[in-house]
Design a protein around this ligand. Structure first.
Ligand code: FAD
Length: 453
């Protein structure tokens, strides 16, 4: 190891204290939940009776420059993680695009970014972890040890099998700048062919895309470079997604590249009015995903927007359609056609991913060698008269299934129980639940994801 990072309290001490607190809570018969400061979860849920405070598990423990590995604590945000690795000229192999996503959250959820065409989803870049289980024990999970089943079954478990306290993550060497090239397509089939071709190129470090509408589909290919003729900045008055149709070639620092989507939460900041230049000029401290999330949480609690609409005499029901789904590239144009026709949210984020190794992750199984395209879409749609929540999201789920795709669980889910467990390997999950949380202290995945308990 090249360098040990000092942490306010050493990991082992924190772990001993946490285990003692956790066991005490279990002895009181409490159902426990994760107590942390940030979140990117998009379904409201009932709070567990007792929250176990894990927020101080937020340090980089060590960085191994030679073997390109970092040992970090589970609640470390990717923002803090990357600040540290960049000092060494390194980055985590996949950095999800919102600054407050934590390493443990990305492992337990299913996180992705534009380097996923090469390294897979975030969990595929994790090589070891320590997990606090529902028993109150901490187990060390490796792909080849007695807890290998938990290691592979953990992605997509959303804190229902245990909490990741420490993880070892793959790093890559970086350069000072990233050169981006934006290419426009007007035909969906040609566009998806081009995405596929880009993912076969050896010289690229990043591939993603933005679909503005049926005839404006942009492919962005990017690579690390040592120098740049100019450097753009999208953290204040300039807005990254608006630059895509305007700039054929662009340059950002490596740090600004990985966080290019955070300032405007992709494009969702428009819902908070801050794409208006006047408001933007004074809203600088709030131009970040964590601020938007806090506003949404406040609104969810106080139902402010709903009350305002009622006050103004607007009596209509909305449905939040906030999802990331993955579709095999060969069927991507069919999904997009359905999507434009029946859902209509614009823009849509496209991010390719392919399993990086033959390892299988049963709760989020993806076909070996298959290139999937992640479609990310986040908005609220007015429901047609007489329709209830689920009208739009169920259609998305049906098309994901029809095209043999995969759907993440960080937001609303409408599958019935049988279909849900078919998709997420209920048999394997129940085996792990029996082994690591037999008394159900950590809730069940279906209860959490679908019943929002
Ligand atoms: C609008 C929106 C867009 C998104 N887009 C993307 C995207 O483009 N790319 C992407 O990568 N991801 C995306 N996500 C999903 C995000 O990566 C996942 O929701 C991830 O799990 C969030 O991690 P977090 O650390 O913020 O966890 P939280 O939001 O705090 O928690 C998420 C879940 O994980 C569990 N959890 C958290 N930490 C741990 C831990 N240490 N051990 C075990 N379980 C834990 C929690 O119990 C909870 O059920 C998006 C989310 C939103 C809301």
């Amino acid at each position: 190891m090249d360098q040990e990072k000092g942490t306010p309290l050493q990991y082992e001490e924190k772990k001993a204290r946490l285990v003692a607190d956790f066991k005490e809570a279990l002895a009181r018969g409490a159902t426990v939940g994760l107590g942390k400061k940030t979140s990117n979860l998009f379904r409201s849920r009932k709070q567990a009776k007792e929250l176990i405070d894990v927020s101080d598990f937020n340090s980089v423990i060590s960085i191994d420059e030679q073997n390109l590995r970092a040992e970090v604590e589970g609640m470390l945000t990717f923002d803090d993680f990357t600040k540290e690795t960049l000092r060494h000229g390194l980055l985590p192999a996949v950095v999800p695009e919102l600054k407050s996503i934590t390493v443990g959250g990305a492992m337990a959820g299913v996180a992705i970014e534009s380097s996923s065409f090469r390294y897979g989803l975030v969990h595929e870049t994790v090589t070891a972890m320590e997990v606090l289980t529902g028993h109150g024990d901490v187990v060390s999970c490796l792909p080849g040890n007695e807890h290998a089943e938990l290691f592979f079954g953990f992605p997509n478990s959303y804190g229902t099998l245990g909490y990741a306290l420490k993880l070892t993550v793959k790093l890559v060497r970086t350069k000072k700048y990233v050169e981006l090239k934006h290419e426009k397509f007007t035909d969906a089939k040609e566009y998806f062919q081009a995405v596929k071709k880009a993912c076969e190129r050896e010289d690229l470090d990043f591939v993603d895309g933005t679909v503005f509408d049926e005839h404006a589909l942009y492919l962005t290919t990017a690579r690390f470079v040592d120098s740049a003729p100019f450097v753009s900045k999208y953290t204040y008055m300039q807005i990254y997604y608006r630059s895509i149709p305007k700039m054929r070639v662009d340059y950002l620092t490596a740090y600004d590249y990985i966080w290019r989507w955070d300032t405007d939460w992709f494009w969702c900041s428009k819902n908070f009015g801050v794409q208006n230049r006047c408001l933007r000029a004074i809203a600088r401290p709030w131009l970040r995903s964590t601020a938007y999330w806090q506003i949404m949480r406040w609104n969810r609690k106080h139902q402010f927007v709903e009350r305002l609409a009622k006050f103004r005499g607007i009596d209509r029901e909305d449905e939040s359609v906030i999802q990331d789904v993955q579709i095999p590239v060969e069927r991507a144009h069919e999904f997009l056609e359905f999507f434009h026709d029946r859902i209509g949210i614009k823009p849509v984020w496209i991010c390719p991913t392919r399993p990086a190794s033959p390892d299988r992750y049963p709760s989020y199984d993806m076909a070996l060698g298959q290139l999937y395209l992640n479609f990310g879409f986040w908005d609220v749609l007015p429901l047609p008269a007489g329709q209830k929540e689920g009208f739009f999201n169920r259609q998305v789920e049906q098309w994901v299934d029809k095209l043999n795709g995969r759907k993440g669980l960080y937001s609303t889910v409408f599958y019935d129980e049988k279909t849900f467990w078919q998709h997420y390997n209920g048999r394997n999950y129940q085996m792990l639940k029996q082994k690591y949380d037999p008394q159900g202290k950590l809730k069940d995945l279906y209860d959490k994801a679908v019943r929002r308990q």
